[in-house]
Ligand binder design. Structure first.
Ligand code: C2E
Ligand code: CA
Ligand code: CA
Length: 748
């Protein structure tokens, strides 16, 4: 069957080239049988392609249908020629052919659709502009003369123009729309386009000849259609599933010039059509198409404009801190990079890192809403002091940064002092006047910091130095022996330390004030740093907290403390106290981890006391209370540490599941001299006792203070007056050595 069709096709070609025998019978045989067979041959190929390439089934099936309709149209036309004569084809034949051509639109659209990465409103508009523009030019200059009729020739009926017009539109669709949409022209598409080109050429020549009255059936002209049809057959035969178009979320796959050049060219062409049409005779349709194209161009411009604006807004949002409206971390980092690019040793740039002091307390006591209000006021206040090209932004939390291009270290320090003065002015938050402190770290580039990351790190180190020394402003000066106080490095080293036995605990005894009996020992963490020597909690806890290592650190301290306690417990029955931080209090695993550790060391629950500062509960009070409750259920003692600092309130105590209250050093230090401090201690003692809590006085540095505290009713004392924190072996010795009680010694 296929072979027969192919043979007919060859025969059609052969007769197309040579001179054509005269006679109606031969005409019919040629047009209906030979040409028809060629069409059917291509139809079959398309149908098979549709079965083979599932993703493009619609395209190939519609192409097959188009060819079939044209075959029928041709046959009907040829059959009716005998009776009607040349030139006036029956409507029926035209209807079939036109139906075939229209079906081709489906083919073309489906082929394009499968080869375009992403459709977008503006792309559709581009497509419409392309189509309208090409059509208006086509109608105005190619077909227009025939439509309007010039001089001696009368205008032609539109139906005569249908074929070439459809061809032009289809090709316009493929070329203009396709290239604007960034279509991938693969072999299939190129073959289909070539085929359409052939058919178009044939149609146009035929049209011209028909109009000029010189058209005769047959001859080499037939070859254009035949060749076109064969190209379709080849395209169908070689069709493969197209590669899925490269997905690009932003639509950047469209090459730059294409994006605007073609719509622009189409728009210009439309304007030319309109301008020419103004003076000359021109089909109204061309003008309407041109106007449509221009309107679509305007819409396109509007869409592009709003796209660019929303892009700008998105960029802006991505660089703005939502809460304060200031540039955010990203914007600051980008700004810092630009600043660094321009900085030289002779013209350095500076970065100030500002961290509010006591912000957490404000948040905790007045609520997040108040904290947010405060953060919002910082920007406007500091903004006053900013110069041209300087940038203030919020890094997150209560941390702000200021970029100062072309500023020396001394100038930067002066500016930092100025910013600090501004912050120290009271803020009004929810009708409350608040005094807020700030610690500012200052660092410069390119010396010592050559990169943005280094600059931030130096400023961070300086800021922490400012905070810990309470000096307000601290300037980063590189440390000759490689940076003590370098917190980032500390964080890294701490990870290693946790695994390699570099952490240890020192123990400080607690004694009953009335008889000097040892009733407890507080474990205080230390870090035996390989380079920096023995480090105190102040030097390692901030890093541990920032690195998120607090839980692991506490697990280790519990382990070390219980290991030590197991050595004295059988003889002395003295419990050990371990400090918890906020991260531990919200650790739902803590109770069972502690229970497990106690069991491993063969210790009862009462051998352990856990100390926590009230503030640590603020982050998540519900959870904190649950963890505390569970610990106490296990029989572990809990202690409220540093009482009298921060926002400890007596009322709050009632809701805290605790066994012990530790009065902070700031309260106990002055009791012998300060009547107010003494009054506070007396009342606190009374309340604590009412609530069933035992009272521990911290920081007892001399016997006189201890005596006053004993008189005020405190139960236990801890401090240098009794003993300094000491390594575990020393503490074991200390515990085993009998000594007179401090107060007895003082009295005698
Ligand atoms: P803290 O819980 O208030 O511990 C008491 C601190 O006061 C200890 O400092 C201790 O050496 C010091 N001290 C004791 N007696 C006196 C005295 O008579 N006068 C003065 N001026 N100071 C005295 P250290 O060991 O530097 O610990 C500081 C803080 O670090 C501790 O304060 C505690 O909050 C925290 N900390 C220590 N070890 C750990 C730990 O293992 N885990 C956690 N989360 N925090 C810890
Ligand atoms: Ca403590
Ligand atoms: Ca304390």
């Amino acid at each position: 069957m296929f072979v027969a069709l192919a043979l007919a096709c060859v025969a059609a070609f052969a007769t197309g080239v040579g001179p054509r025998p005269a006679g109606l019978g031969w005409d019919r045989f040629y047009d209906v049988v030979l040409i028809g067979a060629t069409y059917l041959f291509a139809t079959g190929a398309c149908w098979l392609a549709g079965a083979r390439v599932r993703t493009e089934r619609t395209a190939w099936r519609s192409l097959a249908l188009a060819l079939l309709l044209c075959t029928v149209g041709n046959s009907v036309r040829t059959w009716s020629v005998g009776e009607a004569g040349m030139g006036s084809y029956p409507i029926l034949a035209d209807a079939f052919s036109l139906g075939g051509y229209l079906t081709l639109y489906v083919t073309v659209v489906v082929l394009i659709r499968a080869r375009v990465a992403r459709f977008h409103p503006s792309m559709w508009l581009d497509g419409i502009i392309g189509a309208l523009g090409t059509m208006s030019v086509g109608v105005a200059f190619l077909i227009g003369p025939y439509l309007t009729g010039t001089g001696e020739r009368a205008p032609l009926p539109l139906v005569e123009l249908a074929m070439p017009t459809t061809d032009v539109l289809l090709l316009a669709l493929l070329v203009a729309v396709g290239s604007i949409l960034g279509v991938r022209f693969d072999r299939t598409l190129l073959l289909v386009m070539a085929a359409m080109g052939c058919v178009l050429a044939g149609d146009v020549v035929q049209f011209a000849r028909t109009v000029g009255g010189t058209y005769a059936d047959g001859g080499p002209l037939e070859l254009t259609w035949l060749f076109g049809i064969c190209l379709v057959a080849v395209a169908a035969h070689s069709a493969r599933t197209p590669r899925p178009p490269a997905q690009d979320p932003d639509g950047h796959s469209r090459v730059g010039w294409r994006l605007l050049a073609l719509p622009l060219a189409c728009n210009v062409a439309s304007l030319v059509v309109l301008a020419v049409g103004w003076g000359d005779e021109m089909p109204v349709m061309a003008a309407w198409l041109a106007i449509g194209c221009v309107l679509a161009g305007i819409a396109r411009t509007a869409v592009t404009f709003s796209e660019i604006r929303s892009l700008h807004e998105v960029r802006q949002q991505a660089r703005t801190d939502e809460l304060s409206g200031l540039p955010n971390r990203r914007a600051l980092l980008e700004g810092a990079q630009r600043m660094l690019d321009d900085a030289t040793a002779a013209r350095p740039a500076a970065l100030l890192l500002l961290d509010l002091d006591g912000f957490k307390e404000i948040n905790d006591s007045l609520g997040h809403h108040a904290g947010d209000q405060l953060l919002r006021q910082v920007g406007p206040r500091l903004g006053e002091a900013l110069g041209d090209g300087e940038l203030l932004g919020r890094l997150g939390g209560d941390e702000f940064a200021v970029l100062l291009p072309q500023t020396s270290l001394d100038d930067a320090q002066a500016r930092a002092e100025r910013f600090r003065e501004l912050i120290l002015q009271p803020f009004t938050v929810e009708d409350i006047r608040l005094h807020v402190g700030v610690s500012i770290g200052v660092a410069t580039a390119p010396v010592p910091a050559a990169t943005v990351a280094e600059l931030l790190r130096c400023a961070d180190v300086a800021m922490y130095a400012a905070k810990s020394t309470r000096e307000g402003v601290h300037v980063y000066v590189p440390d000759p022996d490689g940076g003590t106080g370098d917190r980032l490095r500390t964080m890294e080293e701490l990870r290693t330390a946790l695994e390699s036995n570099q952490l240890l605990v020192h123990l400080q005894p607690q004694t009953a004030l009335h008889d000097g009996r040892v009733v407890g020992a507080e474990a205080l963490v230390r870090w035996q740093h390989p380079r920096r020597g023995l480090l105190s909690p102040a030097e390692l806890l901030p890093a541990a907290e920032q690195a998120g290592l607090m839980r692991r650190l506490t697990d280790l301290v519990v382990e070390l403390s219980l290991d030590a306690a197991a050595r004295w417990w059988p003889v002395h029955r003295v419990p050990v106290s371990v400090n918890l931080s906020a991260a531990n209090v919200t650790d739902l695993d803590l109770p069972w981890k502690v229970e497990d550790a106690l069991a491993r060391h063969g210790l009862p629950a009462e051998a352990l006391t856990l100390e926590l500062v009230e503030d640590t509960l603020m982050a998540d009070p519900e959870r904190g209370r649950a963890v505390l409750g569970e610990l106490r259920r296990l029989g572990i003692r809990t202690s409220i540490d540093d009482y009298g600092t921060g926002y400890s309130s007596l009322a709050y105590l009632r809701h805290l599941p605790a066994d012990e209250l530790k009065l902070d050093r700031s309260l106990t230090a002055d009791v012998d001299a300060d009547a107010r401090a003494a009054a506070i201690v007396r009342h606190t003692v009374a309340l604590a006792h009412d609530l069933g809590l035992s009272l521990v006085a911290e920081g007892v540095e001399d016997a006189a203070t201890a005596a006053v505290l004993a008189d005020l009713g405190c139960d236990v004392a801890q401090g240098y007056a009794i003993a300094r924190p000491m390594p575990v072996p020393d503490f074991l010795t200390w515990l085993a050595t009998p000594r007179p009680w401090l107060l007895d010694a003082a009295r005698t």
